[in-house]
Write a protein that binds this ligand. Structure first.
Ligand code: 13P
Ligand code: SF4
Length: 330
């Protein structure tokens, strides 16, 4: 065991015996250690296959809040692990690779955001879940793309609101609610890459297709959408639709569950503007691999840690989100 090397890398760097049945070993370790694997829709197919539960960011937080497992392995990105840890301070929360960050969360440094909040007294602060625990600590309510509209609308129409960090989701919510929230200028590098041109090209090939767009995409892309929604929202739309073809503008991991739930339908991922044939994958989400997942469970490392003082402040806006979502039946 070379822990120094692991620390340097941010994941367990240990050779795995050739021919080892990783999936069987992972299931065995989960049982022995009373661990649960939560996976986001943007994980690789093989991780989604082995996870106990897969879902969008809201569902992952809801699941973490109610699990009685002793160990939670978050197959997602770091802020998802932090949210689980804040909700379950007494549990061990593991993540297969500590480097699995998020460009959107990084576009909102905690100190600068806290200053922005200070500069606008009298504003209610609504933050997207894709933020660090320190940003959540200066937030009133956390939202995800599944519940953002309803949570914003739960405030009086004249409420002065700061919304961070995603400018695309924020402008979209402003446009559908008629609000004028003050927006933080952040964005996700994966969703910003979707272009109008690529969608129009695909639309020529599949004229009957519905265009499914995540609200983290730019407004020009969202204008082409038949449905704008969170990963869970897009999946639900595809399942209920009579149509056969769907052009999907979000991270391509969601196609695994779409194809599983609707094997008779055709899901076409929109390629990024700078790569002719590649799919849009989140390099952070894809840092988690089956091998790293196995090693994480084996060594119970790396663990997601949140500063206790920060966690004490960040739990309130997360709980506020869960309570409002429950009331709204989300
Ligand atoms: P949802 O799963 O809530 O749609 O969020 C997408 C995302 O970018 C997660 O990082
Ligand atoms: Fe963050 Fe974007 Fe990756 Fe989601 S897809 S985890 S918002 S970088």
């Amino acid at each position: 065991m070379n822990k120094e090397n692991w620390l340097k890398r941010g994941y367990v760097d240990e050779p795995v015996a050739q021919g080892l049945d990783l999936k069987a070993e992972i299931r065995k370790l989960c049982k022995e250690k009373h661990a649960v694997i939560l996976g986001h829709y943007y994980q690789s197919d093989e991780i989604q296959e082995i996870a106990d539960f897969i879902g969008d960011s809201l569902a992952l937080a809801q699941w973490a809040a109610k699990t009685d497992a002793e160990i939670i392995v978050m197959c997602g990105v770091h802020f998802m692990g932090e949210t689980a840890k804040i909700l379950c301070p007494d549990k061990k929360v593991l993540i297969p690779d500590l480097n699995a960050g998020c460009s959107l969360a990084d576009s909102c440094p905690a100190e600068a955001f806290a200053q922005f909040v200070k500069d606008h007294p009298g504003y209610t602060v609504i933050s997207y879940v894709n933020t660090s625990a320190a940003v959540k600590a200066v937030t009133d309510v956390v939202v995800t793309s599944t519940n953002a509209k309803q949570i914003v609308e739960s405030f009086p129409a004249d409420e002065k609101i700061i919304f961070g960090p995603d400018r695309n989701l924020g402008s979209y919510i402003n446009s559908i609610t008629g609000r004028n929230m003050l927006l933080w200028n952040g964005a996700c590098h994966v969703h910003e890459k979707f272009s109008v041109e690529k969608i129009i090209e695909l639309k020529k090939q599949y004229p009957e297709a519905a265009v499914l767009v995540h609200p983290e995409c730019k407004g020009t892309v969202a204008k082409l959408a038949d449905k704008i929604g969170s990963t869970a929202g897009l999946l639900k739309f595809a399942m209920a639709s009579e149509l056969k073809d769907f052009i999907v503008a979000t991270e391509s991991g969601i196609l695994y569950e779409m194809r599983k739930k609707c094997p008779e339908k055709n899901f076409i991922p929109v390629p990024p503007e700078d790569g002719a044939s590649a799919c849009n994958e989140c390099n952070y989400m894809r840092m988690n691999t089956l091998e790293k997942l196995y090693l994480t469970l084996k060594h119970e490392w790396p663990e997601v840690k949140v500063d206790e003082e920060v966690a004490k402040k960040a739990i309130r806006p997360i709980r506020n989100m869960l309570e409002i979502s429950e009331k709204l039946g989300l």
